[in-house]
Structures are given as C-alpha cells and as structure tokens.
Design a protein around this ligand. Structure first.
Ligand SMILES: *Cc1c(COP(=O)(O)O)cnc(C)c1O
Length: 226
C-alpha cells in the first residue's frame, strides 16, 4: 500500500472510531478530503482509492481540477468566496460551504446548488476580534437562512465553521450545534454540520459534525497556504 492509501485509511478509521465513541453511526459522517494546493495527480490517486468528496478553496485552481477529474466527484467549495467570482464557482461546485453574506446569496440566486452558511464563532456579539476566517456572526445566521430559503434554486443544507484560533474547540463546536438548531427552525432539512479539520475532527464529530474537511492528515503537508 502507498503512504497516501495508508493515511487515507487511517483517517477513515479514526473518523469511524470517533463516531462510535459518540454513539453515532460512522455512516453519518462524510469525509471531504481537502486538496487545495495539491497537484491533480494526487487528486487522481485519491479518486482511484475511492474518494469522491473533494474540498477546494480557491478559484480558478478548483475549476481546473474539476475539469480534470471524472464527473462523479462531488466538489465542495470551502474557501472565502468573492461576490464577483460566485457565479463562476457555481458552475462546477456542487456544494458551497462558505456562504456568509447577503451579496453572495444574491449573486448565487437562480443556481441549483447546495449551500451551507459559514458561522464565525470568533466574533463576540456586537464586536469584531482577531483575523476573520470568514463567516457571519451567529446572530445574523437566521436572517441569511431565510433569504436562502426564499431563493430560486439554492438548497440550504446546513452550517459550517472553522474553529476560531485561540479559542477552545469544544465550546466552539457546541455553539455551532446551537446555531444549527436555529437554522433548522427556518429550514428543517438543513441538517448538515460541516466542522472539523485534521487537528480537531474528533471533537467535531462528538459535537455532531456530518461533514469533516480534512487535508493534511490525508495528503501530507501542503507547500503553501493555510
Ligand atoms: C485547509 C482547510 C481545511 C483542511 O485543513 P487541514 O488542517 O489540512 O485538515 C478545512 N477547512 C478549510 C476551510 C480549509 O481552508
């Protein structure tokens, strides 16, 4: 077995173990392998190992990879998205995890697309703090959810977060779960919770994550970027 296959299978086993430890069915948790900055050959290898959910964070890199891989891949766009690139990204992305403002929803309106609302748990209500990793503050989320529900074609699937730097992850993920419950008050089917990366997916799964976005633990270190 290759090193890549070893790492992939190791992560799959750790996800399943984390789910069972939380009394959850491992099949409820989707592994999205984050491949930003990685070459297409590596994505093709992952595809050959059975990976179908890929996470990318940059346009046009993501577009070029989507064009190079088979059609049955599910492309998850997880990076911050500029309003003027939204419609281009919607052409190849199946799910956009990083919807966080009204302008973006308006730019995407009219597309058939799964979207998640990105929540910034690092912003205290009424303030701003630290370098933002994208996302809307929790109090803004129900309004944004309502706007997506009224759109023509956008399907609100749930919420996403990147655990804020310098804050313990357990309270962050439990705060996300509360936001998820409020969103389900507006859109009952919006049950996805996208949370957890290489360093914190165990805690995210314990808090109810349905989608974990894992890069380096599967692919090895990236040369650039986050
Ligand atoms: C890069 C990235 C990940 C994956 O991070 P790793 O620490 O490599 O697992 C997950 N989510 C987002 C939004 C990212 O940008």
């Amino acid at each position: 077995m290759t090193e890549l296959a070893d790492r992939l299978h190791g992560v799959q086993q750790r996800i399943a173990a984390a789910a069972r430890a939380a009394d959850r069915d491992p099949a409820e948790v989707t592994l999205v392998v984050v491949t930003k900055f990685q070459p297409v050959d590596l994505l093709q290898e992952l595809y050959d190992l059975g990976v179908r959910d890929f996470g990318e964070s940059r346009h046009p890199e993501a577009r070029d990879k989507a064009a190079a891989l088979p059609d049955d891949v599910v492309w998850h766009f997880i990076g911050q998205l500029q309003t003027n690139k939204a419609r281009q990204v919607a052409k190849y992305a199946d799910v956009i995890h990083s919807v966080d403002r009204i302008e973006l929803i308006e730019a995407l309106d009219g597309r058939e697309l799964d979207v998640l609302l990105q929540v910034d748990l690092g912003i205290p209500e009424g303030g701003s703090e630290g370098p933002s990793r994208g996302g809307a503050k929790p109090s803004a989320i129900p309004f944004l959810a309502g706007r997506i529900v009224e759109s023509d074609g956008l399907r609100l699937r749930g919420v996403m977060t990147v655990a804020p730097l310098g804050m313990p992850v357990v309270p962050a993920f439990s705060a996300l779960r509360m936001v998820s419950e409020r969103v389900r008050g507006v859109a009952p089917d919006a049950s996805w919770i996208s949370a957890g990366m290489s360093g914190d997916f165990r805690e995210a799964i314990a808090a109810g994550a349905t989608h974990v976005r894992i890069g380096s633990a599967v692919t090895g270190p990236r040369s650039t970027g986050l």
